[in-house]
Write a protein of this length. Sequence first.
Length: 266
Amino acid sequence: MNKLNTGEFYGTHYRKSAFENLIITDTEYTHRKVDWHYHENPYFTYLLQGKLFESNKRESYYLQPGSLLFHNWQDAHYNTKPPEFTRGFHIEMNEDWFSNLDIQITDFEGSINLQNAIIKNLMNQIFIETKINDQYSNLSIESNLADIFHTIKESKKGSFKKPIWVKQLEELLIEEKIDYSLKSLSSKLRIHPVHLSREFNRYFGTSLGNYIRLIKLNQALCLLTSNKYSLTEICYQCGFYDQSHFITSFKRIYKTTPSKLLKNIS
């Protein structure tokens, strides 16, 4: 079985950035199939464009733009992809990084399919920082990564205490086209709208309205990075009222406008 050393991923790297104890790559996947292999260090894979099938010894994932996986070190897996352009964003962390931040890597076993909108939002902010890449980027990236691991750990810690409707709602919110209204969601979950609104923050870490906003912004950022759609098309696909509403929401979360981000990406 192949072992990939620090900074190695199958494909063509558009950009490889080395921060303190971190290596970040923006990569085009060029192999139709990658046989069983494992990586020397833990890392995140964030699919930006295209589709990918990935399987490890326990689970399989059909990945599309916006899918986010965490792999612990030496977690063996293989990949296949259709004959289309496929692009992934990776963050690889060595042992010193975890030690310096007092994060126990043993708390995060195997591969984890991360679907939480807050975690994806933090990953988007890291992606944007790699394009800015100034003297403050390393600190910002480390802070966001620490928040990601904290959120994963807290989610795992409280998973056994969650009521059934929380898991059902997590699955509902993954669907691309649903009615996000409080009335519709509470009806599908068979709980009272007031109970859903009041209890949502306890299990998701923010309000229902803000969580849905983050879902839409996460979708929008992936569409932006593909450089295939106009802002008007992105507004329509992500369910924003108009372009002004989209730009205002985007700037509030990411501290930059969509057009400025596109310039940094290009």
